[in-house]
Design a protein around this ligand. Structure first.
Ligand code: UDP
Ligand code: MG
Length: 321
């Protein structure tokens, strides 16, 4: 029975030329073992999604897929981002696969968790999260900010699996449900728990990048975190309401104070208090407007209904037929 289940390992790649040969080697070994052990079907595949790389990533993928039956590739017309690359891989693979595993190209995620995920699939789970058992390899800064982010998301009512990124297994039906989400602002790790089904976790140690540099510099990371919050929660807008109510309460107290002072005949120069309130209120208003603007911007990009990606070339379907 097990050997009828097709597995596709989806790997997003953006300028991954330095690591790719090693990634191909390690994933091929893992997949070959799974096939020999009859845990997955013989026509299981690795699908590399080239997200508009500027280096020789696509040439490498093409070469490897010509040499190996297990390796396939998909090429975007330009860079659409990590999350879209994952989604595109799934949308192409879902037709022929019973389960899909997404994993980064840089070998930070331990490939040995793959057989464990497949094992869980055979036990009847539809969603298997890869969860890192420590953040030793992260910088102090990334560790703290990640922790704060998960805390904040939980407070705002967003259900995330802490310390799990985009390393996970999804069954065919879980992937189909995920693909039915039509949003353009993708935050997959927030969407997967919404899909439901039976889920479990597999723990692994996250390593340093094998080669090359992180494609998530601080600015992109912050943007991604903000996107995660504003795509899943309107708590910031509620917060503005409370902030406004608080400001009004404080101003009522101030008003009483001012009137009492006036009645007592004290002539107050009032310059400092005026300056402070103008700046403070101005700041609060600007922040509030920008929060609302963030949501309006989201609505703007959603209503345009632009395609989430354009596939320029792909040899997965051909190899699966
Ligand atoms: N990635 C992508 N498109 C992008 C940026 C990144 O497909 O625009 C891929 C990248 O090749 C890697 C994965 O997303 O496979 C995670 O990126 P990275 O390892 O640089 O992020 P980090 O581990 O530093 O958070
Ligand atoms: Mg990485």
């Amino acid at each position: 029975m097990n050997e009828n289940n097709v597995l596709t390992i989806i790997v997003p790649c953006y300028n991954e030329e330095p690591v790719l040969p090693e990634t191909v080697k390690e994933l091929t070994t893992i997949l070959n073992n799974l096939i020999t052990d009859k845990k997955v079907a013989a026509n299981s595949k690795i699908l590399f999604v080239n997200d508009g790389s500027k280096d020789k990533t696509w040439a490498l993928i093409s070469r490897h897929s010509a040499e190996s039956e297990l390796v396939t590739g998909l090429k975007f017309s330009r860079n659409y981002g990590h999350q879209n690359a994952l989604l595109a891989g799934m949308s192409v693979a879902v037709k022929y696969s019973d389960m899909m595993i997404t994993i980064d190209a840089d070998l930070q995620d331990d490939v040995n968790a793959i057989p464990k995920m497949v094992e869980k699939y055979h036990e009847g789970y539809d969603v298997v999260y890869g969860v890192r058992n420590s953040r030793k390899t992260d910088t102090f800064f990334k560790r703290r900010t990640a922790l704060a982010f998960y805390g904040l998301m939980r407070k705002m009512g967003v259900n995330l699996v802490p310390d799990s990124a985009d390393y996970r297994l999804l069954s065919k039906r879980a992937t189909e449900s995920l693909l039915a989400f039509k949003e353009r602002n993708l935050f997959l790790r927030g969407m997967v728990p919404l899909v439901g089904y039976r889920s479990t976790k597999v723990y692994y140690a996250r390593k340093e990048r094998f080669a090359g540099e992180s494609k998530y510099p601080l600015s992109k990371m912050l943007h991604f975190a903000l996107d995660g919050i504003t795509s899943f929660s309107i708590a910031p807008i509620h917060l503005i309401l409370y902030l406004g109510l608080l400001t009004v309460a404080v101003s009522i107290v101030c008003m009483i104070y001012v009137i009492v002072e006036k009645c007592l005949g004290h002539v107050v120069s009032g310059w400092s208090s005026l300056m402070i309130s103008i700046w403070l209120l101005g700041g609060i208003q600007l922040i509030s407007i920008s929060v609302i603007g963030e949501y309006i911007g989201k609505i703007f990009s959603e209503v345009k209904h632009r395609p989430r990606f354009t596939i320029e070339a792909e040899n997965y379907t051909e190899k699966m037929k």
